[in-house]
Design a protein around this ligand. Structure first.
Ligand SMILES: [Zn+2]
Length: 849
């Protein structure tokens, strides 16, 4: 053992000068290798660790392996936003790969609760090695190259035993777009004489950095929400194969070592997960990682941190599919070599730890094959028999007014293979189904926790994200089964009109249809009061916000107007009506001043250093992919020279905005005062208050009463400081607000109560204008997730969720919560879109006292 460490230490030291030795550094003990298979070094022209490997090079190497070896096959499971390939290399013995379809059908019998095979040891175990979900945590994809080579080329009995007993699926880069941003960065700043100084540019990426995908979303949160093609492709793949073991490789701070599971035992566990997963399985695997890392002299830790609670991580979603998901975290060299408190750490060193943990995973899975299979079988069988703690047998949901939001939610559930039925206008999801625990995940809410410190969100009842009106049922009539093919919205095709078109604004897609019509040159008005009128489909009542296209007021012929309106309908499936008279049955007539012609939004958003890239990405993604509307992304460094006169709406998400000096803040104020709309979200709202852009306040702690003595400081153990302070952080929970349905920001909603997502400690006091607190938390606002008593009672309850503050002739629309969280909050997107489309029509009335 000592000798091994010594030999490795020498190789480590000579790594940079001796490429021949370089590969031995990683996998010498896996010899002999088939010389017909090119090593990664031979293929790439440099030893692994020498530079960062681009995703296309990784894919090319995998294609090469599949071409030269009958131990490997390659599959493309999707494309990223930037059209990079998402690939999965299947590796096993040639016999297994030739029989893969029949092995797969044997394997799938174990996940089918209606079958009971017992040949646990006969079927190869399915292992899915996933790498590099965070693009700027690059060591793992390099390890993927080494792992693929080892499995394809090694003739060592240890490796052939793995292949006989498993099928290994290697996804080398879960997030190729992010990886290549970082790869480009690290390689372009690499010097011939390596610079280990952490202050060097090589070690400090530019905004938005490579962690996230094209739209700056964290894909390691998207397994649950399935917003992006990377996760959608992965889920589709996943539900064809149901692997027994899944890895998720990450990097952490440069001064850490290496982490493997078990995670922190309390507070990091999803309450619906079988305890066996956290306890038995993790304890079964941990010794394999420990001994493999001990062998090469690497240090590591377990049990103290990280979190398996949120079900949308790569290291938690597979746990909800009867698999064992494993998190690895490696200290990052972030660049090719970096100084640490223990001396210099090379990229190659970080790659080797990931490689060793990956191989140890295969060993552990193969040696415990029968146990893992039986566990997965029990997991799915128990789904059919277990009772939900709520006592419900099904959930019923469905919005009566918004078919496209219903459709989106149902499509979403189907991506997770949840069975959905339709009975009349309502949808039903039974709990007795293989995806029982996913149903719980989507609908159950919690207010009691084993612990209170969360790494991320503590609420994920996705039904609330979609603002689905839902209830639990003790018994249910299911109705007909819903499939992706029959889950379609059909609207009556709009007919040509000479007088006016009336367009439903309750629909999720209405703002997109509105933008389409505006961008084609139509003037569209919004109803600031409800009305009912005789339409070509009979008498109909219309809600606040209903859109009106008055034909004779357009600068186009009625045929041209019809083409635009009907194209908008075919694109977005929004209910549309026609009328030949402006005279209403009740409420406002079509010529009323309460119809306000809307301005087309000309929107910009500040991005760059000091701005939350994830929140900015959420805005960009919403407008770009759902509304199909451009937004100019202005870099902070360009703001000084930017001509704001080109825009009527500006978005500021959370951020420090420290680069905006007093002159630039004045520029922002002057621009808003001219009648424009500034939209601030969460930290952006706090910034506007702190910088006195608006005359609003944050919610303060009540002052102590006159004769109250200040409390003495309570003494507490030093070691508890982190945990105690963590409890006051609001990591992500769901609250109920009371919405003013008559306010333009509340248009298109039918219910006064609405769930909102809060993942910040920004608490805004209600507006000073009686008419401008658009949404305020209700008396009992808690819906789902953790919040401390102080945050709930002292700060949240008295606060507003959404206000409008006047600024000259303009206004600042201030969100305390995040209406666009992770691209999945269909329920609150419209609040944000209303700010964009209706913002310029909002005034802030103030009554004199
Ligand atoms: Zn990570």
């Amino acid at each position: 053992m000592k000798l091994t460490k010594f030999v490795f230490a020498i190789m480590f030291a000579t790594l940079m000068v001796s490429p021949a030795l370089a590969q031995d550094y990683f996998f010498k003990d896996k010899a002999p290798f088939d010389s017909n298979i090119p090593t990664p070094e031979e293929f790439l022209g440099y030893p692994i660790g020498k530079q960062h490997t681009r995703h296309d090079q990784i894919v090319a190497y995998f294609y090469k392996l599949a071409e030269v070896s009958n131990r490997a096959k390659i599959e493309v499971y999707g494309y990223t936003h930037e059209r990079r390939k998402l690939v999965m290399l299947h590796v096993s013995t040639p016999e297994n790969l030739n029989n893969l379809e029949s092995i797969k059908s044997e394997h799938l019998k174990f996940v089918d609760p209606n079958q009971s095979p017992t040949n646990y040891n006969d079927v190869p175990v399915f292992i899915q090695l996933g790498y590099n979900v965070h693009g700027n945590e690059p060591s793992s994809s390099e390890a993927a190259l080494l792992t693929a080579y080892t499995l394809v080329a090694s003739n060592n009995p240890e490796v052939t035993n793995y292949l006989n007993n498993s099928v290994i699926f290697i996804d080398p880069t879960i997030n190729p777009d992010g990886r290549d941003r970082h790869t480009q960065w690290a390689n372009q700043f690499q010097a011939k004489s390596l610079v280990s100084d952490g202050s060097d540019a090589e070690h400090n990426e530019a905004w938005p950095r490579g962690r996230t995908n094209h739209y700056w979303f964290d894909l390691n949160r998207d397994w649950l929400l399935a917003v992006h093609p990377e996760s959608q492709g992965k889920l589709k793949w996943y539900h064809q194969w149901y692997p027994n073991v899944v890895t998720d490789f990450h990097e952490m701070g440069t001064n850490s070592n290496h982490f493997f599971e078990p995670m922190k035992p309390i507070g990091s566990q999803d309450p619906i997960m079988p305890k066996e997963n956290y306890e038995d399985l993790n304890n079964m695997f941990a010794p394999y990682f420990a001994s493999a890392l001990d062998e090469i002299g690497s240090f590591y830790y377990t049990k103290e941190s990280f979190d398996g609670t949120y079900p949308g991580y790569g290291s938690s979603y597979p746990d909800l599919q009867g698999g064992l998901a494993l998190l690895f975290e490696q200290a990052s060299s972030r660049g090719h070599i970096q100084d640490t408190d223990y001396g210099k750490m090379t990229f190659a060193f970080t790659i080797r730890n990931q490689y060793v943990s990956g191989i140890a995973t295969i060993k552990a899975a193969v040696e415990n094959k029968a146990y893992l299979r039986e566990y997965q079988q029990k997991f799915f069988k128990s789904a059919m028999t277990k009772k939900a703690p709520t006592g419900f047998s099904a959930y019923e949901f469905g919005d009566a007014y918004d078919m496209n939001r219903n459709k989106a939610f149902v499509d979403y559930l189907l991506k997770h293979k949840i069975k959905v039925y339709k009975n009349g206008g309502k949808y039903t999801v039974p709990l007795k189904q293989p995806q029982h625990r996913m149903v719980q995940t989507m609908f159950e809410t919690y207010n009691k926790y084993r612990d209170s410190v969360f790494y991320d969100a503590s609420a994920w009842s996705v039904a609330n994200f979609y603002n689905m009106d839902y209830r639990g049922l003790k018994s249910a009539n299911l109705g007909t089964k819903v499939t992706p093919e029959n889950n379609i919205v059909t609207v009556a095709k709009v007919q040509p009109a000479d007088y006016a078109y009336i367009i439903d604004y309750d629909d999720y897609n209405a703002p997109a249809a509105l933008y389409y019509m505006q961008s084609k040159g139509l003037t569209v008005a919004s109803a600031f009061k409800p009305f009912s009128i005789k339409t070509s489909s009979g008498n109909k009542s219309f809600n606040y916000g209903t859109l009106l296209v008055p034909v004779s007021k357009q600068k186009k012929s009625s045929q041209e107007v019809y083409k635009i309106v009907s194209d908008a309908q075919s694109k977005y499936n929004v209910p549309m009506y026609t009328t030949d008279s402006g005279y209403s049955l009740t409420g406002i007539d079509l010529g009323s001043n309460n119809f306000r012609a809307l301005k087309k939004p000309k929107a910009a958003m500040l991005i760059g250093d000091g701005v939350s890239s994830t929140e900015a990405g959420e805005v960009w993604h919403l407008l770009d992919t759902r509304v199909h509307m451009p937004i100019t992304k202005i870099q902070m460094r360009s703001f000084r020279g930017a001509n704001l006169g080109k825009y009527n709406t500006l978005v500021m998400v959370s951020g420090s905005y420290s680069a905006l000096d007093s002159i630039q803040r004045q520029k922002l104020k002057d621009w808003t005062s001219k009648g424009n709309t500034l939209i601030t979200i969460a930290g952006g709202s706090k910034w506007a208050i702190d910088r006195k852009l608006v005359k609003e306040e944050l919610t303060k702690k009540p002052k102590p009463k006159k004769d109250e003595k200040p409390k003495a400081v309570e003494r507490k153990p030093y070691v508890d400081a982190g945990e105690n302070m963590g409890r006051e952080r609001l990591g992500g929970s769901i609250f109920e607000v009371d919405l003013d349905l008559t306010h333009p920001l509340g248009f298109g909603y039918r219910s006064k109560t609405l769930p909102v997502y809060k993942n910040n400690n920004v608490f805004i006091a209600p507006s000073k204008s009686q008419y401008s607190t658009v949404a305020k938390y209700t008396k009992n606002p808690h819906i789902d997730g953790y919040i401390s008593d102080t945050n709930l009672n002292t700060y949240l309850k008295p606060s507003a969720s959404l206000i409008v503050s006047p600024l000259g002739r303009g206004r600042v629309v201030m969100f305390a919560d995040n209406p666009n969280f992770r691209g999945a909050w269909y329920g609150t997107n419209k609040l944000f879109l209303n700010a964009l489309f209706l913002g310029n029509k909002i005034s802030v009335p103030t009554e004199r006292n």
